[in-house]
Every structure is written in structure tokens, then in C-alpha cells.
Design a protein around this ligand. Structure first.
Ligand code: SF4
Length: 401
């Protein structure tokens, strides 16, 4: 159910209540085509029903069985008993940027909340209109990057394939209302995609399958904070998707703080794995770098990034940090961002600065869900600030003198 009121109200349920019963029916959009066909045949239906179900699901983005009007009533009843046409129980949309950005908070069957964001890019000279959807792959996240609101929530659970692709179908339905469609999907919402790698790979396959969502392979981006086994899985598959690595620091001691997964998968090894992906696929790897004032935006940091990435098939995106409640850190100033970009460009590294979309609606991942979950107690916020600022300062000074 889509609620397009300007701001969400308390209508969405709070996160998981102990003892809540899950809906046992799997999500229809997560079914592999051969499984769906086998189920229809077992129901005594002709094979062509599979095409009719797929059309309703992937072309008309049906969210209820009643919208599958090409199917006979008896089959719709059987479908509804066995499958969920939409795994998003309830959604609430918040617009920003004069309607160019919209953020949705979705409630799942167990009460957990996940977010997705639609970013519209109007037509420009030489550039077609685009509608990019940023989706979540997990409820919460175990990586715990200190500048990220999702990290503050902790890990909830992995999302199922249908729960991932239903976020895209949600926005496809919204866009269809004004004759538009989703042109790009980025796995950059809540969660670490490559820690839910099976579901993420299946979801990306469904989104780029010509018989299902039919998005061009190059229009899908999978991000990771550096899960090397997941990058290696991608390299073996050689998909046409773009790999994005959340870098945020090139100096290991600082990256240990900003991306705690660095202690398990060190940054040099992550870059080596990503470079193997670039070699195998011929696809440029995108490196995301959230810029935090006085923490990772110095000339020494730029030099470290240049030394790490020079001569590789890469593109660097600099993103001024979104302020979040639990840290004392602030976004880098435009002047510092420009100086950082200039240093990377001078080292021959293609670099762009990405403006954060929808700051005022909490576009930092997990921010809306964090609001819903209730902000942490002031004493916990203070303790965390002290720890992080202390750790950041220690890492900052490391190797500087
Ligand atoms: S930035 Fe990404 S990987 Fe890090 S805590 Fe947030 S969601 Fe997880």
C-alpha cells in the first residue's frame, strides 16, 4: 500500500515485536521462472499462464492478485493462498528536492523497516532523463560505519529476493502513473549487499532478465564496503553490472575506524579484488568516498587515495557526508571537497563530486528507519561520540607526522 502524504506519520508499525508471526507465503517476485512454471503446471494450469503472471508482475507491477486480471478467478485465489504478490506490507513516501527525490519507508511482514529512494534526473542537453532507485538489501547492517545511521541500528536480518526487487517494483508503479519508468538501480541503501550475496545476485538477475524487469545490465550498480569473497563471486560470474566500493579512507588505520570491515578485509586486498573484477569484465570500478570534515579530507588522505588507485580502471565519487544524530562529525566544506577532487584529477584519477540528494528528508541510509526505531538515549549518543571522535583523532594522527 502506498501512502503519498507529504510526510510519514506514525501509521507504520514499529519494528519487530517479539513473537510476531511471519507470513509463510514466499514473495512471487522472488520466484525463479522455472519454479513458477513448475508450480503452475502442478496446479493443472497450461504453461502460458507463466507468461501472464510474469506480465502482470514485471510489466504492470501488480501489487495484489486482484490486479492480475488476465488470470481466471480460481487461479487468482490459488495464487493468493500460495504466494505474496507484494512483500512490502505498507509504504510511506516523503518527497524532497522539489519532488526530484522521494524516500520510501517500507514495512515488512515481521514489522522490520527498510528504505528505498527514488532520484529523478531531468533531461539535460546530451543526457536523457533518468530515474534511479536506491534499494536496501538488509534490514539494518552489521558493518557499523560510524557516519551511517543504518550502522547505528545494528543488524536485523537479510532481505529475501522478493523483498529486494519489490522495492524497485514499488517505484516502477509510482513512476508508471506519469508515464515514466525506472532507468537505474543501485544497491546502496540499508545493509551490506555482498553479505547477503545470494539474494542480491538473484535480485540483480531478476531486474536485468529481459523476460522479467528487463533493465539494461549496465544500469545496475552493486556496492560493497569490501567483502572480498563477494567480489570474487561477482568476478567469476562476470555480470555486466557496475561494482562500487565504499572506500572512505585509503590509510588502513583510518579505514579501520570509518569502515570497520577493513580489519577483516584490508583495503589493499579489497582494491586488488576489485581490480580483478575490472579486468575480468572490462567495467570501471566506482569508488565512493564520503567526505568528513577534518577526518578523511586532508591533502595526505588525497595522496593516499591517489597512491592506492593510480593506474587502475576506476572512477571516484566524492560525497559530502550527511550529518547524522549520533556523531559529532560534519560534512567537508565545498572548498575542501574541491581541493581533494583536484588532487585526484591531477593524479590522473577520474573524479566527480556527488551532491547528496534529499538531505532534509534524511537521505543518509537508515536515517528514516533510525527515526522510526527511536533515537538512542542521549547518554549512549554522547558515549559513542566520545569513542568515535577519540578513535578518529588517533587514526587521523597516525602516519601524519
Ligand atoms: S555505510 Fe553501508 S556498510 Fe556501512 S554501516 Fe551503513 S549500510 Fe552498512
Amino acid at each position: 500500500m502506498s501512502d503519498r502524504r507529504p510526510a510519514p506519520t506514525a501509521s507504520l508499525a514499529s519494528p519487530l515485536q517479539p513473537g510476531v508471526e511471519r507470513d509463510p507465503r514466499p514473495g512471487l517476485a522472488g520466484a525463479a521462472p522455472e519454479s513458477l512454471l513448475a508450480w503452475l503446471l502442478a496446479c493443472g494450469e497450461p504453461a502460458y499462464r507463466a507468461r501472464q503472471v510474469a506480465d502482470a508482475l514485471w510489466r504492470r507491477h501488480a501489487s495484489t492478485v486482484d490486479e492480475m486480471r488476465t488470470l481466471p478467478a480460481a487461479l487468482r485465489t490459488e495464487l493468493a493462498a500460495a504466494w505474496r504478490v507484494d512483500t512490502l506490507v505498507e509504504s510511506s513516501v516523503r518527497p524532497a528536492d522539489r519532488g526530484l527525490t522521494e524516500k520510501a519507508l517500507h514495512r515488512l511482514d515481521d514489522g522490520r523497516l527498510v528504505e528505498s529512494v527514488l532520484m529523478r534526473y531531468p533531461r539535460r542537453p546530451g543526457r536523457r532523463e533518468r530515474a534511479t532507485v536506491c534499494i536496501s538489501s538488509q534490514a539494518g547492517c552489521a558493518v557499523g560505519c560510524p557516519f551511517c545511521a543504518t550502522g547505528e541500528l545494528g543488524f536485523g536480518r537479510d532481505l529475501a529476493v522478493a523483498e529486494i526487487v519489490d522495492q524497485v517494483r514499488f517505484w516502477a508503479r509510482e513512476l508508471a502513473g506519469d508515464g515514466r519508468h525506472v532507468t537505474n538501480v543501485v544497491f546502496m541503501g540499508m545493509g551490506e549487499p555482498l553479505l547477503n550475496v545470494d539474494a542480491v545476485l538473484s535480485a540483480a538477475a531478476a531486474l536485468t532478465d529481459p523476460d522479467r524487469f528487463a533493465l539494461g545490465g549496465r544500469h545496475v550498480t552493486i556496492s560493497t564496503s569490501g567483502v572480498i569473497p563477494g567480489i570474487e563471486r561477482l568476478t567469476e560470474l562476470r555480470p555486466p553490472w557496475t561494482l562500487a566500493v565504499s572506500l572512505h579512507a585509503a590509510r588502513p588505520s583510518l579505514r579501520d575506524v570509518l569502515v570497520p570491515l577493513n580489519r577483516r578485509y584490508p583495503v589493499e586486498e579489497v582494491v586488488a579484488a576489485a581490480t580483478a573484477y575490472a579486468r575480468a569484465t572490462g567495467r570501471r570500478v566506482s569508488y565512493e568516498y564520503v567526505m568528513i570534515d577534518g577526518v578523511n579530507d586532508t591533502a595526505a588522505d588525497a595522496a593516499a587515495v591517489a597512491a592506492l588507485l593510480r593506474g587502475r580502471l576506476v572512477h571516484v565519487n566524492l560525497i559530502p557526508m550527511n550529518p547524522v544524530a549520533h556523531t559529532a562529525w560534519l560534512p567537508s566544506s565545498p572548498a575542501r571537497v574541491e581541493a581533494f577532487a583536484a588532487a585526484l584529477l591531477a593524479a590522473g584519477i577520474p573524479t566527480t563530486v556527488r551532491r547528496n540528494r534529499g538531505d532534509e528528508i534524511g537521505a543518509a541510509c537508515g536515517q528514516l528507519a533510525a527515526e522510526r526505531a527511536g533515537l538512542p538515549a542521549p547518554s549512549a549518543v554522547q558515549r559513542r561520540r566520545e569513542l568515535e571522535v577519540g578513535a578518529g583523532a588517533a587514526a587521523l594522527s597516525d602516519g601524519r607526522s
